[in-house]
Design a protein around this ligand. Structure first.
Ligand code: HEC
Ligand code: HEC
Length: 620
């Protein structure tokens, strides 16, 4: 394992840097039927590692194509299903006995997680950029249905009777300039093959990552960020900007129970990621990708503490008089719980992991195994043993030097570089340097004028930076991000590495392309794009001339009237639109928010032409 990546001296010395790197990047892990072997999806190595638990070593690798991410084992333990997270997404079927890929099933755009039904007949696939759950019938080996969910499904959990699938949508959908913006958990009735409910999470819930259902079937638990986007980002103390949370859902009732914070009062537990319950249902386990930790939560204790909090909403005075005490520190009512940084005190242990960037995890008895992305390792913790015993980290392959870009990627996702570890750059720029879909009132352009988080794709090629252009270029913005958003000191090496990482980001092919080409509607839209004058500002290969214009989008409170023309590359994944995220869709941007034709000439376009133009813009 590459230990040097974790030490500042080496960072400053820079000798850890190399030109190339062939990393493994483990993202998820499952145990086989008899719990003797783990399978580990190694995203950037296009292989699944076979990890023998008893000796604690890799005994083989199975090559699989294209960015393996999600894993599931069939009910009879004979097959391993692996999602390939690429535009022409596939589920690869591995015959476990023979140890090779026996089938490859076409699914949607960027499948990142897969769930196998207990009867062995169906797979449910999270097609992240199709915004759908693919239903794969294993008999015919085809995706026979796509169930639309709200936005970017990244994880799902099936009830034990297989009747309902609970889906974590990664990002909020809809405009960002209202009073409420949050992602939802979609509940799918698997027989009817449709969403029967979207469970709303508290305001500011974004970056949903993991979901699990307790062994008794009573609760689902979801990891996410709870962003305090309503406040200016003036300081980080006590979770003023980003807090890190778990939402509890009542599975039979299909309703929201509450959201608890995973942070401590003066120490964030950033970027909660994978989540599982122990088989006995006693503990909930969560990896923190930003702080390289494992949270071990006493589940019964959690529900006991939630109970008075729930009834207190209606019987507050009664509780105070009968119980004679508030139920827990700051929380008098259910509504207080999502703001109570002490709620889990005494119910949760934080265990530091030895590796960097833990993501998916699995548990066998009391032994936890976590995929440690940046150190190419498996993190090992026995939750029964004294927490002072250091967690172990077992390498999955040979030690590799870090390229500058890889080091930058690691810093970008690492909250230990922010004051009290509250958040990483990826907390707001999620999805690999993209955006969380929320507005933030950063202080670089004055106060009380929130701006929608920008994707950092092509930032370095399209100066100036920030929608108001207040930073001369992305390099400056990176350094001010470290200083004024992380409240940390920008080291030269650190900032340069992040520049390299951001420069290395490549656009992903739009899900609106049909077999890589423009549809008939989009072809028509391409003509309208010229006719309406969009090319004047959004022309060339970057789809921006980097000029500042007043396109009539300024609002009363904001002194800014001119904005830096943004690139339109990958605009299909960066809704909502405009500097304050007021437009949920491109259609709205072209109609409702362009009434006087100052943002391209769109008023003379018919409904169909608007639809075609939007279709084209969404292919870029
Ligand atoms: C609290 C959320 C948040 C965090 C954390 C955050 N950013 Fe940002 N970032 C934003 C928002 C919002 C914008 C857009 C602001 C604007 O347009 O005025 C932005 C814009 C940027 C831009 C300019 C992009 C462009 O093309 O104009 C860069 C570069 C950037 N951020 C880098 C970083 C880095 C590096 C980090 C970590 C050190 C970071 N950000 C952390 C919210 C955040
Ligand atoms: C005069 C220059 C100019 C013209 C012409 C123009 N735009 Fe823009 N465009 C801008 C500016 C400036 C912004 C940023 C406005 C804001 O954020 O409030 C923008 C923002 C956008 C966005 C939002 C991007 C995001 O990530 O939020 C889209 C989409 C867009 N334009 C598409 C178009 C289309 C389609 C046309 C033609 C109908 C067009 N623009 C014509 C300058 C222009």
């Amino acid at each position: 394992m590459l230990v040097c990546v974790l030490t500042a001296t080496v960072l400053l010395g820079g000798e850890c840097l190399a030109k190339t790197g062939n990393y493994l990047s483990p993202v998820s892990v499952v145990a086989d039927g008899d719990e003797r072997v783990l399978y580990v999806a190694e995203a950037t190595a296009d292989q699944v590692a076979v990890f023998d638990i008893a000796p604690g070593e890799v005994t083989g690798t199975i090559p699989v194509a294209d960015n393996p991410t999600g894993l599931a084992i069939s009910a009879d333990h004979s097959k391993l299903y692996v999602t390939s997270a690429v535009p022409a997404g596939r589920v690869q079927v591995i015959d476990i006995r023979r140890g090779n890929v026996s089938d490859s099933i076409a699914v949607g755009h960027t499948p990142v997680a897969v769930v196998a039904s207990p009867d062995g007949e169906t797979l449910y696939v999270c097609n992240q950029f199709d915004n759908s759950i693919g239903v794969v019938e294993l008999g015919s080996k085809t995706q026979t249905a796509k169930i639309a969910v709200t936005r970017e499904p990244v994880a799902a959990a099936l009830t034990s009777d297989a009747r309902f699938l609970f889906v974590a949508n990664h990002l909020p959908a809809g405009a960002a300039n209202g009073d409420y913006a949050a992602a939802v958990v979609s509940v799918i009735d698997t027989a009817a093959r449709k969403v029967i409910k979207n469970i709303e999470l508290p305001n500011g819930s974004t970056n949903l990552r993991g979901i699990t259902i307790s062994p008794d079937g009573k609760n689902a638990y979801v990891t996410h960020i709870l962003a305090r986007y309503q406040f200016p980002t003036a300081y980080l103390e006590q979770g003023w900007v980003n807090t890190n949370a778990m939402t509890i859902i009542d599975v039979p009732g299909r309703k929201f129970v509450n959201t608890v914070l995973l942070d401590d009062v003066d120490l964030g537990a950033a970027n909660p990621y994978g989540i599982v319950c122990t088989a006995d249902g006693k503990n909930i386990l969560i990896t923190h990708a930003g702080t390289h930790e494992l949270s071990v939560i006493d589940r019964a204790g959690l529900h006991r503490r939630l109970l008075p909090a729930r009834t207190a909403r209606t019987f507050r005075s009664e509780i105070c008089s009968t119980v004679g005490t508030k139920h827990h520190d700051a929380s008098y009512s259910a509504d207080d719980v999502p703001n109570d940084l002490t709620f889990l005190t005494g119910l949760r242990r934080r265990v530091g992991l030895a590796g960097n960037g833990p993501r998916g995890l699995t548990v066998i008895g009391t032994k936890v195994y976590a995929a440690e992305y940046f150190t190419d390792s498996i993190g090992l913790v026995d939750i029964n043993s004294d927490i002072r015993h250091r967690a172990k980290s077992v390498p999955l392959g040979e030690e590799k030097a870090l390229t500058k870009a890889r080091m930058g990627e690691m810093f970008f996702h690492d909250a230990s570089h922010s004051f009290q570890k509250w958040h990483s750059c990826a907390s707001c720029h999620s999805g690999g340097g993209r955006a969380c879909a929320l507005n933030w009132d950063l202080l670089n352009d004055g106060m009380l004028n929130p701006k929608n988080t920008k994707s950092l794709l092509l930032s370095h090629k399209t100066p100036p930076a920030m929608i108001t252009g207040v930073r001369a270029n992305a390099e400056t913005a990176v350094r001010s991000g470290i200083r004024y958003i992380q409240f940390s000191s920008p080291w030269v090496q650190h900032a340069r590495a992040m520049d390299e990482y951001l420069k290395s980001l490549e656009p992903i092919a739009s899900p609106y392309l049909v077999s890589g080409k423009l549809s008939t509607a989009a072809k028509n839209g391409e003509k309208l794009y010229s006719r309406a004058g969009c090319v004047r500002c959004h022309g060339g290969t970057l789809y921006t001339n980097m000029g500042k214009y007043d396109v009539g989008t300024g609002t009363g409170e904001d002194v800014h009237r001119e904005f830096d023309t943004p690139t339109l590359v990958e605009v299909w994944r960066t809704a909502p639109y405009l500097h304050d995220g007021r437009a949920a869709t491109i259609r709205e941007l072209l109609t409702e928010f362009n009434k006087d034709d100052r943002h391209g000439k769109t008023s003379d376009l018919s409904e169909k032409e608007i639809a075609d133009l939007a279709e084209y813009v969404l292919t870029l």
